[in-house]
Every structure is written in C-alpha cells, then in structure tokens.
Design a protein around this ligand. Structure first.
Ligand SMILES: *[C@@H]1O[C@H](CO)[C@@H](O)[C@H](O)[C@H]1NC(C)=O
Ligand SMILES: *[C@@H]1O[C@H](CO)[C@@H](O)[C@H](O)[C@H]1NC(C)=O
Length: 231
C-alpha cells in the first residue's frame, strides 16, 4: 500500500475507535447498591469527558451528586446543602482525576435515589449524567451472618457479612470467649466482606454448645447468627 493510502486507512479504521473514548461523556457507576439503614454506602464512580480541542488548561472541577433537581453532595465547600443531606454526604473522589466517588452516611429509608452525577468544568463544559443513575436498596433488617466452623486442636468459628460501608466496618461480638480477629476484603467496586474469627481451645462444656455471633452495623442495626459445635 502507498503511504498515503495506508494513512487514510488508518484514519478511517483505527483513529475513530481511539477517538470515541475521547469524544464522549462517560460515567462508570453501579446501577444499584444495597446498604443497611443507618449505615453508610460508598458509591464508586469514575467519569471521562471529551478531550478539549483547545489547549486550555483545566484546573477547576465542580461536582454535584443529585436526586432530580436536589443537590445531595458537592465538592464546593461553601455550598449549603438542604437539611436532608447536610453532614451526611461527602464527595470522596478527586474530580480532577475523574473520580466522582461519593459517601452517603446515616442511610435513611428515603435514600433510594435515583442519584446522578453532574460535572461542571468552568474552562470547558458541563454535563449531567442523567442516563446512568444509582439507586440504593435500603436494608431495614439485615440478614443473619454466615457462619462456619473448623475443628482441629483449636476450634475456629467464623462469622461474616457483606456490606457497602468500608469507612465504618461492622463490629462483632461472640457469646463465648476466645481470641477474636477481624478481616475485611473488597469483593467488587462496592461490595465488601467483613469476617470475624473466634479461636479457642475446646473444653468439655463446649460439646454441642451453640455459639452466637452478633454483628452490629454502623448506625446500630444488628443481626445475629448461631452455630452448634459438633464436638
Ligand atoms: C476513587 O476515590 C476513592 C475515594 O478516595 C478511592 O477509594 C478509589 O480507589 C478511587 N478510584 C479510583 C478508580 O481511583
Ligand atoms: C444464642 O442465641 C439463641 C437464639 O438464637 C438464644 O436462645 C441463646 O440464649 C443465645 N445464647 C447466648 C449465650 O447468648
């Protein structure tokens, strides 16, 4: 192929694909996230905008999370949020790095959404991502934790829950004494697993004993699970 022809082939078939990622307003958010009432939820969010044609340097980003016309959260310090959302939300993401992650705390039964994000770049353009909203499934009564037990020289009982509030992990309490450890694992962009493990050397009264694990979420909701030792 002649160079000229080859170049036009490149322009037609290769460059448009590369550009499409650069010519659209894109947002990546989950459409639904479950959250325990009273607890918190971190909505993961990243966005992208078309590359500006001029070489204007962009250095200011105003972000807004909204429910309809109501502003739920913003990075503008002086903005007065309505009573409903005041002190409950925080834009955690660095907007300049295209991160629009938001924290919603003290989740209420009315916090179902749908929520959407709006970005304003004063030296450039503004855009509301109304097509991609996030809804919250507010859980009033959390499920009992899942429990499992391993018996060797020691007994190891585990109690775990899924949640979407990584900033304030659930706490666990056990009906028997022993060594307790807690671990958290991120399962996907919004889902976390927190597990408590109770380890002890079994003694005679532990035979067929029922162990209870009580989980307390941020905000106070509780759930209890139990397991009977087969020793
Ligand atoms: C976005 O910001 C949040 C909060 O600071 C952070 O946890 C997350 O890792 C960031 N996401 C990306 C893709 O950088
Ligand atoms: C464990 O929970 C059961 C009910 O699920 C309850 O009857 C029992 O008293 C509890 N045991 C302890 C030690 O808290």
């Amino acid at each position: 192929m002649e160079l000229k022809l080859w170049l036009s082939f490149l322009m037609l078939h290769v460059i448009p694909d590369v550009q499409s990622a650069n010519t659209q307003w894109i947002i990546d958010v989950p459409s639904r996230i479950p959250a325990v009432q009273g607890s918190c939820v971190v909505i993961p969010c990243s966005y992208a905008y078309p590359k500006p044609r001029s070489k204007t340097i962009l250095n200011s980003w105003r972000g807004f999370w909204k429910r309809g016309n109501k502003i739920v959260s913003t990075n503008l310090r002086k903005w007065k949020l309505t009573e409903e959302f005041k002190k409950r939300t925080q834009l955690l993401g660095n907007l300049g790095a295209r991160n629009c992650t938001m924290l919603l705390d003290g989740v209420r039964s009315t916090d179902v959404g749908p929520f959407h994000f709006r970005i304003e770049i004063p030296q450039y353009k503004s855009f509301s991502f109304v097509e991609k909203t996030v809804s919250i499934d507010v859980i009033r009564k959390p499920d009992p934790p899942s429990m499992s037990v391993e018996v060797a020289d020691k007994v190891k009982v585990s109690c775990s829950v899924f949640h979407s509030c990584p900033t304030n992990l659930p706490t666990f309490s056990w009906s028997r004494s022993g060594v307790v450890t807690r671990r958290s694992k991120k399962l996907n962009k919004w889902k976390w697993e927190t597990k408590s493990t109770l380890t002890f050397v079994p003694i005679y009264p532990d035979s067929k004993k029922t162990l209870n694990c009580t989980v307390k979420y941020r905000g106070g909701k509780k759930a209890e699970g139990s397991i009977t030792l087969q020793i």
